[in-house]
Every structure is written in structure tokens, then in C-alpha cells.
Design a protein around this ligand. Structure first.
Ligand SMILES: [Zn+2]
Length: 417
């Protein structure tokens, strides 16, 4: 008897990577288990086997396509689970002015700040926005990133927000990468709604969310919950509507002060609460109960010279899962390196090597609600992995400004080296 799949031709190809040092990150109970003589088999773009060569099933060992990786390290592909990578313009001038002693008011008078990003973003079409972002996206992909979250939040109008999300979707068609979109209409209040947050939410954010949802542009809904942005009660207006529409939520919380945003987000079953420098034990406990992932963003911490560190030990003690991300954005984290983010997480926040590696893979997938699809090297998952020219996993975290990527495999296909 010949099985259908064997004669169909399509998808019957098995690719096999052998002689690798394999870090599956499948075990979230702790401990970096490195498989010294590892093999990884891929069928139909999905992992058919990841483990010790000696345990490889006979059927898979007869692969048509065998690649010897010569003792290189294989890890799950990296995942950047928090970015604002789609935007127009840049904020280099403002950076320069501040270093020369300009005040916040000076910068604002010169047209700087988020207002300038909103203006430059709204001046571009979805195609123009995607093109502007590609250079940054490519930098991440060259480091082994295969899943990328992209937020809106610089449009601040219905069409402006939707265009950012359309640009994000477009990037997913222009490059071999999985794009996850997040609607962040509640990022800031546009100038014409100054002092009228609620009106902005009702007039712009909720209708944009509904339209974006109807067009299939929104995978999750986010907000910036902070004294300078939206209050906890204002964010509830946004989250209530997201819940009605069945869209998962996440929140920028406790970055500059403790408003209790993370606990509120957890009460909505949020996928993640992000930043968290000012989170307290109560917030951590609420996140643990809800399974809300803590996404730490050392690039923003570094760029704004923050001194208050996120309560890493409290998160560990509470049992909250920790992810890390670049927060790539033009104002407070112009960072396009997830490898450097790992190093910063270790150096600035004292995360362990294991926490950094899991934070940019397994836990980042969890923060996006994608753990069943990617983030670890386990049978059945999408074959998204990275092959590195390093001996030890710690080298990926320890080096600064060094990219040892040898190959990136996305859905079973080698897409860049
Ligand atoms: Zn952010």
C-alpha cells in the first residue's frame, strides 16, 4: 500500500539537518538542554523530528535532502514580539538637539517628538510605509528573526492607523517572515484632541478598531497606559470593545509610573504587559494568575536613561513568564537588533542566558499567542530555526554587536545566510 502523501509529490520531501548542536528550548521547566549530536527533520514545512541523531526514526533518516551543519548551534528562529517598526521619518535631529542641550520644549517647537513621527507617517501610503520599514526589518531578519510583531500608533486617525496595519501586512508578503499585527490607536492623543482622550477613543480608536477588525488587519489590541497617555479607566473602554470583538489584548504598562495597568490588563486575560519598570508585587501576582507574559524592553530603558529596573526577581517569584523585544521605534528605542537586546537584558536587567534565549523565542511566541505554532523546536511546529556559527548558546547573549547567523530557515526553507 502506498500512502497518498507518498505519491502526491507535493510535501513528500523530507529535509534533514544533521550533526548539529541542538537547543530546542522545549522544556520550560528550566535548564538549557543542549543536544550535542542533534538532528532536525522537516516535512511539509513543519518539524517532523528534533532530537538526538540516534533517536531519529528510520523513515525520516531516508530524507531526500540532507544538510550537514558541521557542529553548528541550531536554535528556534528568533521572535521580536514588540515593535513599532513601521513609521515615517526618523527622530535623529531631535536626538542631536537634545545632546546639544535642547529642552523638551525646544524640540517640540522645532517640530520634534511623536508629533513629527505622526506627520511623517501620515504622509506615506501603505506601500511607502512598508518600503521605509524594510531596511529595518531586513536587519532583524539577518539576525535570525522569523516572526515579527508590528504595532500601529503613529497614524492617530482612522485611515492613518489602518494604513500602518496594511503596511505591516504588506511586509509579510515582501519578505519571508511571519507578521503579527497589533492595533495601537491608543498610543497618544493627536493634537486636535489634546485634553480630550475619551473623545479621541470614541471618535477614532473604536471605529478604527472595528474597521481594522472587519478587514482582518488586527491580531491584537494594545494601548499606552501612562500618566502622559491613557489612564486605566480609559484603557478599559478600548479593551471592552476588543473583548466584544474577540480580539486579544496587551498593554504598555508601568513604564514610567505604577498605575496598575498590568493588573487591569491581566483582568482581561492579556497576552502580555510590556515595559513594567514600575510594576509591583501585586501586579506581578495578577499577571501570573492570568498567564500574562512580561515583555521587557531594555532598548527603551537604555535610550531614555531610565534607572528604575523592572522587578525581575518579583516576576520570577510570582511565576510570570518573561519575554524580551527590541521595542524598535523612532523615539525611545531606535534598536533593530534582537541579539543586542539579549545582551542588554542580561547586562542591564540581569536575566540569565536561558532567560534571554527563551525570552527571544519561546516566551516571545507565548506573548503573541503563537506558542503552538513556533518558538521552540518541537514536532508539529512550523520549521522556523536559526543556525549559528557559535559553540555555546551563551555566545549569542555575551557578544556585543556581533552577528554569527549562518542560516535562517523559515517554514522549512532556507531564506538567508
Ligand atoms: Zn512599545
Amino acid at each position: 500500500m502506498i500512502e497518498n502523501s507518498d505519491i502526491s509529490g507535493m510535501g513528500a520531501t523530507t529535509s534533514l539537518w544533521v550533526n548539529g548542536r541542538l537547543l530546542t528550548l522545549a522544556n520550560d521547566a528550566g535548564g538549557l538542554e543542549l543536544i550535542e549530536d542533534g538532528a532536525l527533520a522537516v516535512k511539509d514545512g513543519r518539524i517532523a523530528f528534533a532530537g538526538r541523531s540516534q533517536d531519529l526514526p528510520l523513515a525520516l533518516s531516508r530524507a531526500t535532502d540532507v544538510i550537514d551543519v558541521e557542529r553548528r548551534l541550531i536554535t528556534p528562529a528568533l521572535i521580536d514580539c514588540h515593535t513599532h517598526i513601521v513609521f515615517g521619518g526618523d527622530r535623529a535631529m531631535e536626538f542631536e538637539m537634545r545632546l546639544e542641550g535642547a529642552t523638551y520644549e525646544d524640540v517640540a517647537r522645532a517640530g520634534g517628538g511623536i508629533v513629527s513621527s505622526v506627520k511623517a507617517t501620515n504622509a506615506l501610503s501603505p506601500e511607502g510605509l512598508a518600503e521605509a520599514a524594510l531596511r529595518r526589518v531586513d536587519t532583524l531578519l539577518a539576525e535570525g528573526v522569523s516572526t515579527l510583531e508590528i504595532k500601529s500608533g503613529y497614524g492617530l486617525s482612522i485611515e492613518g492607523e489602518l494604513n500602518m496595519l496594511r503596511a505591516a501586512r504588506l511586509i509579510g508578503t515582501l519578505r519571508p517572515v511571519r507578521i503579527v499585527t497589533t492595533f495601537l490607536g491608543a498610543h497618544a492623543t493627536p493634537v486636535d484632541y489634546k485634553g480630550r482622550n475619551r473623545d479621541y477613543l470614541i471618535d477614532i480608536v473604536l471605529p478604527a478598531m472595528e474597521q481594522g477588525h472587519a478587514e482582518g488587519l488586527i491580531d491584537a489590541v494594545d494601548g499606552f497606559c501612562e500618566g502622559i497617555a491613557f489612564s486605566v479607566d480609559e484603557m478599559r473602554i478600548v479593551f471592552d470593545r476588543a473583548r466584544d470583538l474577540g480580539i486579544p489584548v496587551k498593554l504598555h504598562a508601568e513604564q514610567l509610573s505604577n498605575l496598575g495597568g498590568a493588573a487591569m490588563a491581566a483582568s482581561y486575560g492579556a497576552l502580555s504587559a510590556d515595559h513594567l519598570e514600575y510594576l509591583d508585587a501585586e501586579g506581578a501576582a495578577a499577571m501570573a494568575d492570568a498567564g500574562t507574559v512580561a515583555v521587557l524592553l531594555p532598548g527603551a530603558f537604555y535610550a531614555i536613561n531610565e534607572t528604575q529596573k523592572p522587578p525581575v526577581q518579583a516576576l520570577r517569584d510570582a511565576g510570570v513568564k518573561i519575554a524580551i523585544a527590541t521595542d524598535c521605534n523612532p523615539g525611545t528605542s531606535p534598536l533593530t537588533s534582537l541579539l543586542l537586546t539579549m545582551n542588554m537584558s542580561a547586562t542591564l536587567f540581569r536575566l540569565t542566558v536561558e532567560e534571554c534565549l527563551a525570552g527571544a523565542t519561546r516566551e516571545a511566541a507565548r506573548a503573541l499567542g503563537l506558542l503552538a505554532e513556533t518558538g521552540t523546536l518541537e514536532e508539529g511546529k512550523s520549521a522556523d530555526f536559526a543556525i549559528w556559527d557559535v559553540q555555546r548558546p551563551a555566545e549569542l547573549v555575551y557578544r556585543i554587536g556581533f552577528n554569527p547567523l549562518y542560516a535562517r530557515i523559515f517554514k522549512g526553507q532556507q531564506v538567508s545566510a
